[in-house]
Design a protein around this ligand. Structure first.
Ligand SMILES: Cc1cc2nc3c(=O)[nH]c(=O)nc-3n(C[C@H](O)[C@H](O)[C@H](O)COP(=O)(O)O)c2cc1C
Length: 188
């Protein structure tokens, strides 16, 4: 891994990367670049038993934290929700001495199955995605972290029965990685 002054950590919240097309492709391409540590929650916690101390230590060491997840019901999957619930504790992430994450930079890196235009009033997904993400980012904001940017790729649907196409998802994954690495390079 290349040495940098700035420690970047990617947390993958996909619940099962063995069944993923989009996220696994993004992670494989990022791993090939060997730019920063990638922490796959599904691999480390297949039984959803989060080791809070390990996670808090990882976060404490990082300067930039990338939250990588597929959008499930317009938020992160249950595994990542559990991770927030367990790891963002009183006097670590919030409370009188809860400043351990304060000022750390956060990048959201999100894959979606839906179209961008479905995220508006009167359409299938009802609201702009930014509005759903407000609630999703409550713990990040409570921890006084700084959300610097969001990399979102829509239409990452690889299921032919649902009108998806694997080749398109592969191309979108490459573009997603380029946008994400460009952003990280600017920060580090
Ligand atoms: C339970 C579930 C809920 C989903 N909800 C949404 C959603 O609200 N909005 C959306 O755009 N895509 C939604 N999707 C589609 C996923 O975001 C999409 O399949 C995923 O980003 C593709 O990544 P993967 O191949 O790594 O699993 C959902 C998928 C599942 C399984």
């Amino acid at each position: 891994m290349k040495q940098s002054q700035c420690e970047v950590l990617l947390i993958s919240g996909h619940p099962d990367l063995s069944r993923s097309v989009a996220n696994i492709e993004i992670l494989k391409r990022l791993e090939a670049l060997d730019l920063f540590k990638i922490h796959r929650l599904d691999e480390v916690y297949p039984n959803y038993q989060i080791d809070v101390q390990v996670e808090q230590d990882l976060l404490t060491k990082a300067d930039v934290i990338v939250l990588q997840f597929p959008l499930y019901w317009s938020t992160y999957p249950a595994l990542m929700k559990l991770w927030f619930d367990e790891v963002f504790t009183y006097n670590f992430a919030f409370g009188p001495n809860g400043d351990k994450l304060k000022g750390k930079k956060v990048i959201l890196s999100i894959t979606c199955g839906a179209t961008e235009s479905s995220y508006q009033a009167g359409e299938f997904n009802f609201l702009p995605l930014e509005q759903y993400l407000q609630a999703a980012m409550h713990p990040v904001k409570a921890a006084q972290m700084e959300i610097v940017d969001t990399v979102i790729t829509f239409e990452m649907n690889s299921t032919p029965d649902e009108g998806g196409d694997q080749n398109t998802v592969m191309q979108l994954a490459q573009q997603h990685v380029e946008r994400l690495t460009h952003l990280i390079n600017q920060l580090t």
